[in-house]
Design a protein around this ligand. Structure first.
Ligand SMILES: C[S@@+](CC[C@H](N)C(=O)[O-])C[C@H]1O[C@@H](n2cnc3c(N)ncnc32)[C@H](O)[C@@H]1O
Length: 286
């Protein structure tokens, strides 16, 4: 496991109580229709999940793999609302533990479950075994996103769908924009962001078809006003200073992130793609 991946695991373990306490079961952006949308943070986060599911063609009752599943917020939403069942993987044993407690309390065990696994390795599922590969804001932490695409293709059944929500490199390429993006990548413990075009190319090269993307940056930026509000609370400032190191750089990067979206250094995108029907024999091995 690379040094950065170890730091990512430590980050999600260390900050599990903070993430869960402040952000709830979903560790991802919210989706607001427009400036006048009064949706709460929790409502907006749930809406992002709904948007992604719809964008992916709303597969009914899917057997799924959620890559980088956090506390299982998506797993539970998909189980409750569309009859999904399956597995989520996370790097963090603490996230898994909290997520399993939630799943048990919600009485969705054993229909959905969480395992600790590194998505940069071979995914812990047989070939052609799921209808839906779901991934919300994890691919930024993966060093080789073409491996992600190949593994998604491998585990999907013919006709199965990939749904991905990701932070992206935006079109701005001035030195200032690149510096801003790098501040975010380093603060957020991400490998250099990829563009929407790069993701689309990896999906196509892996053998997926019907690749579509949708840039939704204006719908999600409000997330960072909320995060900056959290960060400015005196108690949380003191906690971040006490923990120091990566955590301080993490909270310091919130402002850069908001600016990176505003200046086109970053974008936020939804993706979907499908495994061709009848393509089992042609699956490229990863
Ligand atoms: C921003 S959180 C998103 C969590 C979840 N998808 C959600 O939307 O609530 C990123 C997640 O990716 C996971 N992650 C990061 N790198 C990973 C890796 N190499 N393998 C598996 N999971 C990973 C983290 O453990 C964390 O659960």
């Amino acid at each position: 496991m690379s040094n950065l991946t170890q730091r990512i695991r430590l980050h999600y373990n260390l900050l599990a109580p903070f993430y869960y306490g402040l952000w709830g079961q979903h560790v991802h952006h919210g989706f607001w229709e427009d400036a006048g949308d009064g949706a709460s943070q929790a409502e907006a986060q749930e809406r992002l999940i709904r948007e992604l599911y719809r964008f992916g063609g709303s597969p009914p009752h899917p057997a799924l793999l959620d890559v980088g599943c956090g506390y299982g917020g998506s797993l539970l939403w998909l189980a409750r609302n569309v009859g999904a069942q399956g597995l989520g993987i996370t790097l963090s044993p603490l996230q898994r533990w909290i997520g399993q407690v939630k799943i048990r309390r919600a009485r969705f065990q054993p229909r959905v479950r969480i395992a600790v696994a590194d998505a940069q390795q071979r995914w812990p599922l047989p070939d052609a075994s799921v209808d839906l590969v779901w991934c919300v804001e994890c691919s930024e932490h993966l060093v080789d996103r073409s491996h992600f695409a190949r593994e998604a293709h491998r585990v999907l059944r013919p006709g199965g769908r990939l749904c991905l929500a990701a932070w992206l490199a935006g079109p701005a390429t001035t030195p200032e924009a690149l510096a801003l993006r790098q501040t975010v990548e380093q603060g957020m413990l991400c490998y250099p962001f990829s563009s929407a075009e790069e993701y689309a190319r990896w999906f196509t090269e892996a053998g997926l078809e019907a690749v579509q993307s949708r840039i939704i940056t204006p719908h999600v930026v409000r997330t960072w006003d909320i995060c900056i509000g959290f960060r400015n609370r005196p108690l949380l400032r003191r906690a971040a200073a006490l923990i120091g190191g990566d955590v301080q750089a993490f909270t310091a990067s919130f402002t850069a992130l908001r600016q990176a979206y505003a200046e086109g250094a970053m974008e936020y995108g939804l993706f979907t793609a499908r495994r061709a029907v009848g393509a089992v024999e042609e699956a490229p091995s990863s």
